[in-house]
Ligand binder design. Structure first.
Ligand SMILES: Cc1cc2nc3c(=O)[nH]c(=O)nc-3n(C[C@H](O)[C@H](O)[C@H](O)COP(=O)(O)OP(=O)(O)OC[C@H]3O[C@@H](n4cnc5c(N)ncnc54)[C@H](O)[C@@H]3O)c2cc1C
Length: 530
C-alpha cells in the first residue's frame, strides 16, 4: 500500500545503518522525533465537497486527502503535521478518452478547476489545490495505462498517459524493448507526468531526456484537441510537441503519448571510480564527454557527498576495505566518487568502459570495479525510502537542482551550498549540504544538491526555515543564469523565478498559450504561470 504521508510502499523500509545515527548527530546535532498526525484525525479535517455529483468522481475524504499533496518538503510538513489548508473537492478516475472529454465538459459547465494527476510525485507543488471559491477536481489518470500500439518497424510505442514507470517497462520488456527513462521516482511517476514536467531519467545520457523520447501524442484541452503525429522530423513551423512538454497541466490533459523506444541492451555495466578530489573528477568527466564516449549515465559526487554516501550506505566491512585500499593508493580525505553507466551492444560497452577507465587514470582515478556500481543500480529506487527513516528520527532532507554552462559550475555549486548554509545559520541551526553533478552535456551539466537538517517541533518553524533556504538557493541559481529547474519542473514553488529565465515576453507567451488552450481558466491555475 502507498504511504499517505511519506514516500513509497508501506511494506518497504530503509532503516538507517547502525552507526549513521552518531554521524548525523555529529553533523547537525541530536534530533527529536516529531509527533506525526494520525490518518483518521487528518481525514476528519477534510471539509464537505463543493462538487455536484458525477459518476466518475469520488468525494470521500480519504481519497481527497490522498490527492491533496505531492512530495516536496512543504508537502511532507503538511501531511505529517495534518495541517493541510486545502483539499481537492473530488477525484475522478477516467478510464477512457471519452471519460476525459466528459470531465472537461463537466468542469467547463460548472466552473470547476481541474488538476491533472499522474503519480503525485511532484516536488514543486504542481498538484496542490489553491484556496478559492471555485471547486477543485483532481483527475487521476492512472487507469489510462494501456499499451495502445507498438510499431516494431519504427520503434515507436503508444501508451495511455497514466501508465507508471514499472508497468510501462514491464510491457515493453515483454516485447524486447525499453524506454530507458528511469527518474528516481520511477516506481510511481507516470508517462504523462514525465512529459508534462520535462523529466530527466538517470540514464538520460544514453537514452535521452523525455523530450528526446516523446515522439507525439494527444492533448485534450477545454478549447479542443491537439493531435501530435510522431513525425521523425519536420520543418513545418514551430514544433507543437515542445509546447506540451513542460505544460504542467495548464493546457489540457495528455491522454496518450507515442514514445521512441530502444531494443533491450545486450549489456549494461555500472562502475565506480574514485578520484583524489572533485577537481580531478571534473577534468576526467569533461574529457570523457569531449571524447564522445557512449555513456548511459554519469554522476560525480563532491568530497562531502562521497563521504556521506559511504557513511549512510551500511556495508561497513566492504566500505572499510575499499577505503583502506584507496588510501594506500593516495585517494583519501576529500575523495570524489564517479558512477559511470554503459548500456548497449557488448562490444561498445566494453570498449567505452576501457576508454573511460583509461581517461580516469590520467587524472589519478581508481576504478574499483562494478560491485559498487551494481549496488547503486540495484538500490537506485530505494534511496528515497531513507527520507521516511530520517524523518521518523527527527531529520528533514530536501534536494534542489539546476543546470548551468561548464564555466558557471564551480561558482554556482559553491553559492548554492553557501546560501543554504547561511540561511539555516540564521536560525542558529546547522545544515549538512552535499552535491553531485549528473546529466552532463557537452556545454554544461546539472547540479543536484541535497541538504539535511534537524526538524523543529513546530511545523510553521520548519516551513519558515525551508522557505529561507529555498529562496536563498533559488536566488543564487538565478544570479548564475542557471535554470530554475533541470528536471523537477516549475509548479508553484519555482514560479517566482521563472521570469528571470524566460523574460517578460516569454512569460506573456506562456500565459497567452494557456488562455488559448483554456479560455475559461480551469486548467491547474497557479502552476507554471499565474
Ligand atoms: C523521490 C523523488 C525522486 C525524483 N526523481 C526525479 C528524477 O530523477 N527525474 C525527474 O525528472 N523528476 C524526478 N522527480 C520529480 C517527479 O517525479 C517528476 O516531476 C515526474 O515527472 C512527475 O510525474 P507524476 O506522474 O508523478 O506527475 P504528477 O506529480 O502527478 O504531476 C506533475 C505535473 O504534471 C501534470 N500532469 C501529470 N500527468 C498529466 C497528464 N497526463 N496530462 C497533463 N498534465 C499532467 C500535473 O498536472 C502536474 O502539473 C522526483 C520526485 C521524487 C519524489
Amino acid at each position: 500500500m502507498k504511504r499517505w504521508n511519506g514516500w513509497g510502499d508501506t511494506a518497504i523500509l530503509y532503516p538507517l545503518p547502525e552507526k549513521a545515527g552518531d554521524y548525523l548527530i555529529d553533523l547537525v546535532g541530536e534530533a527529536t522525533p516529531p509527533q506525526d498526525a494520525v490518518l483518521a484525525d487528518v481525514i476528519a479535517t477534510v471539509p464537505d465537497s463543493r462538487l455536484p455529483t458525477h459518476p466518475l468522481i469520488q468525494t470521500d475524504p480519504e481519497t481527497r486527502l490522498k490527492h491533496a499533496r505531492g512530495q516536496s518538503f512543504p508537502d511532507w510538513v503538511a501531511l505529517r503535521s495534518g495541517q493541510i489548508p486545502v483539499f481537492p473537492d473530488g477525484v475522478a478516475f477516467p478510464q477512457t478518452e471519452t471519460d476525459v472529454r466528459s470531465l472537461l465538459q463537466f468542469a467547463r459547465g460548472h466552473d470547476i478547476k481541474l488538476i491533472p494527476y499522474g503519480g503525485g510525485t511532484s516536488v514543486v507543488g504542481h498538484i496542490n489545490p489553491e484556496p478559492g471559491d471555485r471547486p477543485v477536481l483532481t483527475v487521476n489518470l492512472h487507469r489510462l495505462s494501456r499499451l495502445i500500439a507498438l510499431d516494431n518497424t519504427s520503434q515507436l510505442a503508444t501508451f495511455g498517459a497514466g501508465v507508471a514507470g514499472p508497468e510501462m517497462e514491464a510491457q515493453l520488456r515483454a516485447k524486447g524493448y525499453t524506454l530507458g527513462h528511469f527518474p528516481q521516482s520511477f516506481e510511481y511517476s507516470t508517462l504523462g507526468g514525465w512529459v508534462a514536467t520535462r523529466s530527466s531519467g538517470q540514464q538520460s545520457r544514453g537514452y535521452g531526456r523525455i523530450e528526446d523520447l516523446f515522439a507525439g501524442g494527444k492533448l485534450l484541452a477545454p478549447a479542443g484537441e491537439l493531435i501530435m503525429p510522431p513525425l521523425p522530423a519536420s520543418a513545418a513551423g514551430p514544433d507543437l510537441r515542445q509546447l506540451v512538454l513542460g505544460s504542467e497541466g495548464r493546457l489540457g490533459i495528455i491522454t496518450e503519448a507515442t514514445m521512441r523506444i530502444s531494443p533491450l541492451p545486450e549489456k549494461e555495466s555500472f562502475n565506480a571510480i574514485f578520484f583524489p578530489n572533485f577537481e580531478a573528477g571534473k577534468k576526467a568527466v569533461r574529457q570523457m564527454l569531449q571524447a564522445n564516449l557512449p555513456l548511459s549515465m554519469l554522476r560525480l559526487s563532491t568530497g562531502i557527498e562521497t563521504e556521506t554516501t559511504l557513511k549512510l550506505a551500511g556495508h561497513e566491512m566492504l566500505i572499510g576495505t575499499l577505503e583502506r585500499l584507496l588510501s594506500m593508493r593516495g585517494v583519501d580525505e576529500g575523495k570524489s566518487m564517479l558512477l559511470l553507466g554503459f548500456s548497449g551492444n557488448r562490444h561498445i560497452v566494453n570498449t567505452a568502459r576501457s576508454e573511460a577507465v583509461s581517461i580516469a587514470k590520467e587524472h589519478d582515478g581508481i576504478h574499483v570495479g562494478q560491485q559498487f556500481g551494481n549496488q547503486w543500480q540495484k538500490g537506485r529506487f530505494r534511496t528515497p525510502y531513507l527520507r521516511n527513516a530520517l524523518w521518523e528520527i527527527g531529520y528533514g532532507v530536501d534536494t534542489l537542482e539546476t543546470a548551468v554552462t561548464w564555466n558557471q559550475v564551480d561558482a554556482t555549486l559553491q553559492d548554492i551550498e553557501t546560501s543554504l548554509q547561511e540561511a539555516m545559520a540564521s536560525f542558529d541551526e546547522r545544515l549538512h549540504v552535499f552535491t553531485h553533478l549528473s546529466h552532463v552535456y557537452s556545454t554544461g551539466c546539472s547540479i543536484y544538491t541535497t541538504y539535511l537538517f534537524r526538524l523543529a517541533a513546530d511545523p510553521d518553524e520548519n516551513l519558515a526555515r525551508w522557505m529561507a533556504m529555498k529562496t536563498a538557493a533559488s536566488l543564487a541559481i538565478v544570479q548564475h543564469v542557471g535554470t530554475i529547474s533541470h528536471q523537477h519542473g516549475v509548479g508553484k514553488d519555482h514560479r517566482p523565478y521563472l521570469e528571470a529565465e524566460k523574460g517578460e515576453l516569454g512569460i506573456a507567451t506562456l500565459e497567452a498559450l494557456a488562455r488559448q488552450y483554456d479560455p475559461v481558466g480551469i486548467m491547474n491555475p497557479g502552476t507554471l504561470v499565474k
